[in-house]
Design a protein around this ligand. Structure first.
Ligand SMILES: *Cc1c(COP(=O)(O)O)cnc(C)c1O
Length: 365
């Protein structure tokens, strides 16, 4: 059996270090906004080549607080990919702003920057590119358009820990970068967690206020904040795990390279494309096949687990029924939802296992 992602094995590699992290927090007896969070924020910011990191409760909260820190709310429009995990959309909805969907590029599957200009209105306030599956979105034209039109750029990097764009890590290309440490991400906690990174000290200060009841001094509340803090225990676990991230990403890159070489030229498989200047970290390896469901079933019978990311685009979810957007409204996102299949990939997977997946696909696809 080849699992889709062997999450238990990933944690158990570090049993000793994780127990030590727990003991450190227990011995200190301080659980919210203490030394572990402060240290992790420094270490993660350095890793991301960003000036600052602010730890928050989840990836969704990181997006919501980033939007709020930029003052985005009702009446404002935010350009988001039509093809993404629904959290990207939910964040915009949560602050009361309006979603303006932008269709994906066919090969790289990230937001198509050529479609941005036509989607702008006088109410446009921000662009929210997603570094989907671990591949950086095409940031240069997005940043250029944002500069020309006075828009904020908030990046959803929940799948892109360690990815590089034009040689520089994802972390502060745009104004604010939102991260998730959900257990299955490339850098995952043992529970929920998130962060925002930035080079803008003023925005970082605003985020620190918002995440902690709008307060910097106990019982003084300067703004209507929320309770969304990365906790000491998760920060301690993340500090134990961060040193492994580069090697873990390198193994993902080796597996992706194996897939790309081993499946090249297959008549029915559409492989993911990597754009020039992008160094993806392969959170997922998602390819397309016209009979996706039958292929997934056949692979399952061979003992190969796969996933679908994602089977239904946000605009066709019950959550967005109010928009009244019918099927056919965002055809590229819909075609991807129908055809995408994610192959097993992860830091504890071996190249021999990748070869077994390739052999099965060559026979079954
Ligand atoms: C996981 C994910 C999120 C949300 O992160 P949580 O920590 O689960 O809230 C947001 N965007 C993308 C693209 C994700 O993959």
């Amino acid at each position: 059996m080849i699992p889709f992602l062997d999450l238990p094995a990933i944690q158990l590699r570090q049993r000793r270090a994780l127990h030590e992290a727990l003991d450190r927090v227990l011995d200190r007896g301080w659980f919210i906004l203490g030394d572990e969070v402060a240290a992790f924020e420094r270490e993660f910011a350095a890793f991301c080549q960003a000036g600052e990191a602010v730890g928050v409760g989840s990836g969704l909260d990181a997006l919501v607080l980033a939007l709020r820190a930029c003052g985005i709310g009702p009446g404002d429009e935010v350009l988001v990919p039509s093809h993404t995990f629904i959290a990207t959309w939910l964040a915009v909805t949560q602050v009361g702003a309006t979603i303006v969907p932008v269709e994906p590029l066919e090969g790289c599957m990230t937001m198509d920057p050529r479609q941005l200009e036509a989607a702008l209105t006088p109410r446009s306030r921000a662009v929210l590119p997603v570094h989907l599956y671990g591949q950086p979105a095409d940031l240069a034209p997005i940043l250029d358009l944002a500069r020309r039109h006075g828009l904020r750029v908030i990046e959803d990097a929940a799948q892109a820990h360690g990815a590089r764009y034009r040689g520089r890590r994802i972390g502060a290309h745009g104004d604010l970068v939102a991260w998730s440490f959900y257990p299955g991400k490339n850098l995952g906690a043992l529970g929920d967690g998130g962060a925002v990174t930035t080079d803008d000290a003023g925005l970082a200060e605003r985020l620190r206020l918002l995440r902690n009841y709008g307060s910097t001094q106990k019982y003084r509340h300067e703004t209507v904040g929320v309770n969304s803090r990365l906790d000491e225990l998760q920060a301690a676990f993340l500090r134990a795990k961060l040193p492994l991230l580069e090697a873990d990403n390198a193994q993902r890159q080796r597996i992706a390279a194996r897939y790309l070489a081993g499946l090249a030229g297959h008549p029915r498989l559409r492989l993911p494309e990597v754009r020039a200047g992008a160094e993806p970290v392969w959170h997922l390896f998602a390819l397309r096949h016209p009979q996706r469901d039958a292929l997934a079933q056949a692979l399952q019978q061979r003992g190969i687990a796969t996933g679908v990311h994602y089977p239904l685009p946000p605009h066709l979810q019950g959550a967005y029924a109010d928009l009244g957007w019918p099927a056919g409204r965002l055809p590229q996102a819909e075609a991807m939802a129908a055809q995408l299949l994610s192959l097993p990939i992860g830091p504890t997977m071996t190249l021999e296992q990748a070869d077994q997946v390739i052999a099965a696909l060559r026979e079954l696809a």
